[in-house]
Design a protein around this ligand. Structure first.
Ligand code: SF4
Ligand code: SF4
Length: 452
């Protein structure tokens, strides 16, 4: 694609980066075939190619974002399915990230929109506020129809729909070594304890700690770590995202330079994509560029790390049919496709591929709150495809997908690590217990095996 940025514009490293990305696009349109919003809406401007033209026009003319551009960029899920399909290697993720920052700086959204975005940006990354908000949302559920009648109230209604009572316990404070190690020490890692996940489903981190401890891996959660910044990053709030990221980078670098870390483990793939991108996010900030690169270099999804360990054999009889839902941030963002399925198979589960598995479920961070109609259609499509597998359990590696898909089906949905931990003698995941699954007694663990 030809571009016509001036030299003065290209002096801005962010514009120069976007110009490089734009020039790679040959407008072939292959990516439209796998774009969820194009599949649903059939509008070229809701396809990757259409959005690339809108972004090019906005950046090249160096003009404030207009309502039309904002509408179509807001509808993009940042699912990155287009990046998997694109034969030219167009880095759409960094292009749309730049566009979102430009929109945030130059466009005044309607009041209701500004309000809901500000509330989400403040509440979701803060576990205490999130916990209170969940309790408030559950209490407000009976008044959903009242909210629906207000301007922009469909988003509040979507938020209420997603809310359920947070599980008790788990919300483990940071700042202490938490995994008790069984046997010889085989590794030392840090685990991102997260923000929304540790409130919505603390059992995920607990299962991870048990699994790692069982395999001799010590886990440290530094006091100063917190939200990875992904939620605000996807809203174009660059400064807030960088502030969250800097706090994590400082906390992890202190551990890396102190007792050392083999890896930084992330159990929510949406967060993993962002932590792995810290190196890029800070490329123009001399004080943090090198530290951010070092952090990104050792960031791993939990399934990548477990896949390289010799895992103990399962101590429970498993064999249940599991539909594995690969989150977009897992398969398109991090290109992790096989490890989670291999781990589940190694633990004795019968893993089924989900038809149209490359299409987003509509979760996409806060997309299901900000674009509830499109998100609901994508959920219905995803659930119909999952149900075709006749699975007894759905497994995935992203809390957002768990909340989104779980609202549309009675099949219990769990995090992959919860199933692995259960197979190895951990407690039955609550979703399975609630669905009436029977727990069979565990055998003593004696051998090890590897998933790779
Ligand atoms: S993003 Fe890639 S696949 Fe899509 S139009 Fe551009 S070159 Fe073609
Ligand atoms: S990120 Fe997803 S929704 Fe956005 S243009 Fe690409 S495929 Fe379409």
């Amino acid at each position: 694609m030809q571009t016509s940025f001036s030299l003065a514009q290209l002096a801005d490293p962010n514009v120069a980066q976007s110009e490089k990305i734009l020039r790679k696009c040959v407008h072939c349109g292959f990516s439209t075939a796998t774009c969820p919003t194009f599949l649903l809406l059939g509008d070229e401007l809701d396809s990757p190619r259409g959005r690339i033209y809108l972004i090019k026009d906005m950046l090249e003319k160096d003009r404030p974002a207009d309502a039309k551009t904002v509408k179509h960029i807001d509808r993009c899920l940042s699912c990155l399915s287009c990046m998997t399909t694109c034969p030219s290697g167009v880095d759409y993720m960094h292009l749309v990230d730049h566009a979102r920052v430009h929109i945030e700086r130059t466009y005044k959204r309607p009041l209701a929109d500004r309000l809901i975005r500000s509330v989400l940006a403040v509440v979701l990354p803060n576990p205490k506020l999130m916990h209170l908000a969940l309790i408030g949302a559950v209490a407000a559920k009976p008044f959903k129809s009242v909210f629906e009648a207000l301007p922009g109230g469909n988003r509040i209604a979507a938020m209420l729909d997603l809310a359920s009572f947070p599980p008790r316990g788990g919300n483990r404070p940071a700042g202490q070594e938490v995994a008790s190690v069984n046997g010889a020490l085989r590794g030392r890692v840090s685990m991102l304890s997260g923000c929304a996940q540790r409130v919505l489903q603390p059992s995920i981190n607990d299962a991870t700690l048990r699994l790692l401890g069982r395999h001799g891996v010590e886990v440290i959660i530094p006091k100063a770590e917190g939200c990875c910044g992904a939620l605000v990053h996807h809203m174009g709030r660059e400064e807030a995202a960088h502030n969250y990221a800097r706090a994590n980078i400082d906390a992890w670098i202190a551990e890396m330079d102190g007792h050392g870390l083999d890896a930084i483990l992330i159990t929510t793939s949406g967060c993993g994509t962002t932590v792995k991108d810290y190196g890029f996010m800070f490329r123009n900030e001399p004080e943090y560029a090198d530290k951010a690169r070092r952090v990104s270099a050792i960031a791993k999804d939990i399934s990548e790390y477990l896949g390289a360990l010799r895992l103990r054999v399962p101590v429970r009889e498993t064999g249940q049919i599991v539909a594995y839902h690969s989150a977009c941030s897992m398969q398109h963002g991090q290109k992790i496709k096989e490890q989670p399925k291999r781990l589940l198979t190694t633990m004795g589960f019968m893993v089924k591929e989900v038809p149209e598995g490359h299409i987003c479920c509509g979760s996409a961070g806060v997309y299901n709150i900000l674009q509830p109609e499109i998100a609901a259609r994508l959920r219905a499509r995803k659930v119909a495809n999952i149900e075709k597998t006749k699975a007894q359990i759905i497994a995935t590696g992203n809390i957002g997908c768990m909340a989104q898909i779980g609202k549309g089906t009675d099949i219990p949905i769990v995090h992959t690590v919860e199933l692995l931990d259960w197979a190895q003698g951990g407690p039955m995941p609550a979703a399975l217990a609630n669905a009436g699954f029977e727990d069979r007694p565990a055998r003593p663990a004696i051998e090890t095996q590897t998933a790779e």
